[in-house]
Ligand binder design. Structure first.
Ligand code: GAR
Length: 185
């Protein structure tokens, strides 16, 4: 099958990245990961790029300059899709418009609830009955683009930040891949 040339942006551990790499290696999964962009040179996720010999780009400097460099690389690698998998920086409006193709993010809450950071603390403070994750298109407004899909679970009495994070991330792995398949059908 013809696979979509994809770039994955990360900042941390890369557990979502790992699942995406494993799936992309399967014959029928519709993306090929050509490049990884990382905003943190100490990110554990970079080990995955090395392990699977995927080219990567690390940056920590000036956002404006960096985005220009990334756009050049995206063109060189003929990237048609960007996936934000735990990317903890906000892309500029100029970057989003210049890329001009789909950028998709995974967020650890049931959007439009709890945009931004510290979602699990917010979920507990608001005594929500359920939480989960959302896969959505990226626009210049933080965590506001069109929703592709959500997955949820009910919160237990003894859940805390760590347990919510674990449960949410377990949902994320399939949610991200399902969303990609849904989009490329
Ligand atoms: C994921 O849980 C993702 O939802 C979250 O960062 C984590 C990255 O984990 N993203 C955001 O909070 C974006 N606002 P990972 O590096 O192990 O995949």
């Amino acid at each position: 099958m013809v696979k979509i040339n994809t770039c994955i942006f990360i900042s941390g551990k890369g557990t979502n990245l790992k699942k995406l790499i494993l799936n992309s290696n399967k014959y029928n999964f519709p993306i090929k990961i050509k490049l990884i962009v990382c905003s943190n040179k100490k990110a554990e996720g970079l080990k995955l790029a090395k392990k699977w010999s995927i080219p990567f780009l690390i940056f920590q400097d000036n956002q404006n300059l960096t985005e220009k460099k990334i756009l050049v690389k995206l063109k060189n690698y003929k990237i048609d899709l960007i996936l934000l998998a735990g990317y903890m920086r906000i892309l500029s409006k100029r970057f989003i418009l210049s890329f001009g193709k789909s950028i998709i993010n995974i967020h650890p809450s049931l959007l439009p609830k709890f945009k931004g950071l510290n979602t699990f603390e917010k979920v507990l403070n608001r005594k929500e009955r359920k939480t989960g994750c959302t896969v959505h298109f990226v626009t210049e407004k933080l965590d506001e683009g069109k929703i592709i899909l959500k997955k949820f679970f009910y919160i237990e009495k003894n859940d805390n930040v760590a347990s919510l994070k674990k449960k949410t991330q377990n949902l994320e792995y399939n949610a991200f891949s399902e969303a990609i398949i849904k989009l490329t059908r």
